[in-house]
Design a protein. Structure first.
Length: 551
């Protein structure tokens, strides 16, 4: 063993914990007692080079059943950073009461070449018998925690079944008195007005705006640390929770069961049930997208070429909202880049193709001669009604949900599976329609190229950013021919030197490419970014046209 002079100093951090906050306000509490015992133990090991880290790592009021504790997280970070060599605790269960969590802590200790010591429990984790002893101790600690949790859950369930208030945030309209909810008449009037106005307006959004204008706020509260919270604008989510809270009709809910409460009701049963019916109808409307300003018509119906669901998303630029469908990559093993497609483009194409499928099926059914005059009239009426609904600006999602079974965007083609039975049984059953599309890679994403659903003039496809790029490129080229110096051109035009070089290179593109940019006939894959950022553009015009998709 090395002599005392060469012994390495071991930095010791003390960790203390108490499950409840009871008694922590005292001058000398449980955490202080744990720390004092640990300090004494570290002092007794001074000859081994142990030194105390002055920082305190105390978790008062936190359970040992999980690792979600601020002081413990800080201590683990210190371990990972190599600033602590030994964790000293009063008992092992102060560190954790879970075998799984203990395994995670041991893994962090091993990576950091650190260890931990329990002051009141002596064992050596370097031997198999020591590790067995430790695991037995932790098993009993975990068993004790789980038994205590079960006992508390059983007590809460029995109390809820009796209609008792078992704690938690006190809802608006009530106050707490003698462990029982008592009506606060001033707040109760606000709750009654909220239910009444919701039934009159039939809109949570309008009611939220009205409450905000009237200055009605949520219930002010104080958390366990003595800080104020609440007393804020009532959000739509909070409003929905208030309107669905059965406490207001004198009941208590617990794990899906409803029990008669021991408190008085604020809202009568008739009003409450009417509000629940209106909320249920609003949920149906949200699912169908009938009440959305810009509904995502294909949500839940569309997948990409890797079988990943395409989900709605959007971004806003310059006060304009752009909607997309993007690949849902969470919990999916596919490592290919996410796909993205413009929502208006794909929705317009789907509706156009679905209308075509309907018309074709209608014509084929009539041409088959299997229907008499009355049946043909009924078929024409039903198909015409569906075509009208699909052409409407509102309510389009409901017929899409009725007809479409699945949409697959396969990169080179769009595949639509539909069932026309809901319109008329004579139209046949499941139909499959495929339509050609394309795609290009843009950064880390795959952007789809959706052909237009109607014929437009080339001028309608002009890209303003590309037109601006062409104008800047020839302006930079003229300045370059006049002065002969990129630095002078950059200073005169107010651009960076590298950007001026990109502009001048763009001005020497093929006349075919320049003409296409001006007239809007360029390929959909040719963007401003691609033109400017592409390295090693060939000097040959034909090679340029081949590179950018003109040949």
């Amino acid at each position: 063993m090395p002599d005392g002079g060469s012994r390495r100093a071991l930095r010791c951090a003390i960790y203390t914990r108490k499950s409840t906050e009871e008694g922590l306000e005292q001058d000398f509490n449980s955490l202080d007692a744990q720390r004092e015992a640990c300090c004494a133990y570290i002092l007794s090991q001074r000859h081994e080079g142990w030194t105390l880290v002055p920082d305190h790592y105390d978790d008062g009021g936190y359970s040992g059943g999980n690792l979600d504790r601020p002081a413990l997280k800080l201590l683990m970070a210190e371990l990972a950073a190599g600033r602590v060599d030994i964790i000293v605790v009063y008992k092992v269960d102060r560190l954790t009461r879970s075998l799984a969590d203990f395994a995670k802590i041991v893994e962090i200790l091993d990576r950091s070449s650190a260890s931990f010591v329990s002051v009141t429990q002596s064992f050596n984790t370097t031997s198999s018998m020591g590790r067995l002893t430790l695991n037995v101790l932790l098993s009993f600690a975990q068993f004790e925690r789980e038994v205590t949790s079960e006992r508390i859950r059983d007590k809460v369930a029995a109390s809820k079944a009796k209609g008792m208030w078992m704690g938690g945030p006190i809802p608006l309209g009530y106050r707490l008195g003698e462990r029982k909810l008592i009506i606060d008449e001033q707040e109760a009037d606000t709750v009654r007005d909220i239910f009444r106005r919701y039934l009159e307006l039939q809109s949570a959004t309008q009611l939220v705006e009205e409450l905000d204008r009237a200055g009605i706020r949520s219930k002010p509260r104080i958390n366990r640390f003595g800080r104020d919270y609440g007393n804020a604008k009532i959000s739509r989510g909070a409003l929905y929770r208030l309107l669905q809270n059965c406490l207001y009709v004198g009941e208590v809910a617990y794990k899906g069961q409803i029990y008669p409460g021991q408190h008085d009701a604020i809202i009568d049963r008739t009003t409450f049930e009417a509000a629940q019916q209106m909320l249920a109808q609003a949920r149906v409307e949200r699912r169908l997208g009938t009440n959305a300003k810009e509904p995502s018509l294909l949500a839940g119906l569309i997948w990409d070429g890797h079988g990943r669901r395409l989900t709605p998303t959007h971004c806003s630029r310059r006060n304009r909202r752009y909607r997309y469908y993007t690949s849902q990559t969470d919990n999916v093993s596919v490592t290919d880049a996410a796909w993205r497609v413009s929502a208006p483009d794909i929705e317009g194409l789907i509706i156009d193709r679905l209308r075509t499928m309907l018309v074709n099926a209608q014509e084929q059914t009539i041409a088959s001669g299997s229907l008499d005059g009355d049946a043909i009239g009924q078929l024409n009426e039903r198909v015409g009604g569906m075509l009208t609904r699909l052409g409407s600006l509102v309510g389009q999602r409901e017929p899409l949900l009725q007809l479409i079974q699945r949409i697959d965007v396969l990169g080179e083609r769009l595949r639509i599976e539909a069932d026309l039975h809901p319109i008329d049984a004579s139209l046949g059953g499941r139909l499959v329609h495929e339509h050609p599309i394309g795609f290009v890679r843009s950064g880390k994403q795959v952007k789809l190229i959706i052909p237009p659903t109607c014929t437009t003039s080339p001028a309608a496809n002009r890209n303003p950013s590309l037109l601006k790029l062409v104008a800047q490129a020839f302006a930079a080229r003229r300045e370059m021919e006049r002065s002969g110096s990129i630095e002078q051109v950059a200073e005169r035009l107010g651009y960076g030197r590298e950007y001026v070089a990109d502009l001048i290179r763009t001005s020497y593109l093929s006349p075919t490419i320049i003409s296409a940019l001006i007239h809007g006939t360029q390929p959909a894959s040719l963007t401003r970014r691609r033109l400017v950022r592409t390295d090693r553009v060939p000097l040959s015009w034909s090679a340029q046209e081949r590179m950018f998709g003109f040949i």
